[in-house]
Design a protein around this ligand. Sequence first.
Ligand SMILES: Cc1ncc(C[n+]2csc(CCOP(=O)(O)OP(=O)(O)O)c2C)c(N)n1
Ligand code: SF4
Ligand SMILES: [Mg+2]
Length: 300
Amino acid sequence: MVMEKTKNKTSKENYNLKPGDFNTERKPTWCPGCGNYGIWSSLKKTFVKLYLMPHEILIVYGIGCSGNGANFIKTYAFHTLHGRALPVATGAKLTNHKLNVIVMGGDGDGVDIGGNHFMHTCRRNINMTYLLHNNKVYGLTTGQTAPTSDRGFKTKSTPSGVLEKPVNPVLLALASGATYVARGFSGDTSHLSEIIKKAIKHKGFSFIDILQPCVTFNKQNTYDFYREKIYKLDEIKGYDKSDLNEAIKRSMEEEKIPIGIFYQVEKPLYEDGLKQIERKPLVDHIITDIDINRLLNNYY
Ligand SMILES: Cc1ncc(C[n+]2csc(CCOP(=O)(O)OP(=O)(O)O)c2C)c(N)n1
Ligand code: SF4
Ligand SMILES: [Mg+2]
């Protein structure tokens, strides 16, 4: 969702922001080479491409290395609890649905402790964007297994190797009803920026599983590993993004890894069914002259 621009504020003619204008005064603390840098720069580039201003964006962060972006990106920001970014973002979006709401969090945050919220946010189809920083490991807590870790992956919490099949976030999003489902690679920032742009412009819940190498704690899913395996869906002739069965089939490929938009359709928005915000955002309602005592008296 992109806000309508007013001529004196953010019209193309007057817009002169650069990606660097979305930097805060703090330098990122991620390890040198971390995939989070690629996501960080792609996102800032996307804001510029969409002529967005910092005050028009709210980013809600989970807890993890990815969540530390809250300190390094100049927009409204809410650094939430581990696994709880999506419900907080839902509340913010429904309170002010004119705001561009983006959620950023790790794979542990999103499909482990927050897995339940992920599923239900997908099926609800609220107009916001979720960027999953998928490094297939718990980075911030120094390298434990995540639900996305590959079978056999050895960490300090699984010294003999992971026994379970990993969660596939793209497949989960498709099965749960998300209306825009994509995968990106933080080592290809031009491609990533394009699919983030399309995700923000999408009318509905958009989800991107971003392959994000953790150079410190995941020596298996490296930049080279991905570069060898990745191919782009938009280079497949005749690929139909509205075909759910085809998207599911592609999402289950393992030998080669597809990136790009798997699926995109338009469905009714959750917020469009809410009478309370039909005429204006909840936050703009005047509540000073509302007396709730009558209502309370009915119950006490
Ligand atoms: C309720 C709760 N449980 C556990 C933790 C500890 N913790 C902080 S970050 C994290 C995992 C981070 O992994 P991920 O979400 O994949 O993010 P990354 O650091 O890899 O970006 C955990 C378990 C916490 N902060 N809160
Ligand atoms: S631990 Fe991994 S994910 Fe965290 S900053 Fe370092 S490289 Fe990035
Ligand atoms: Mg992680």
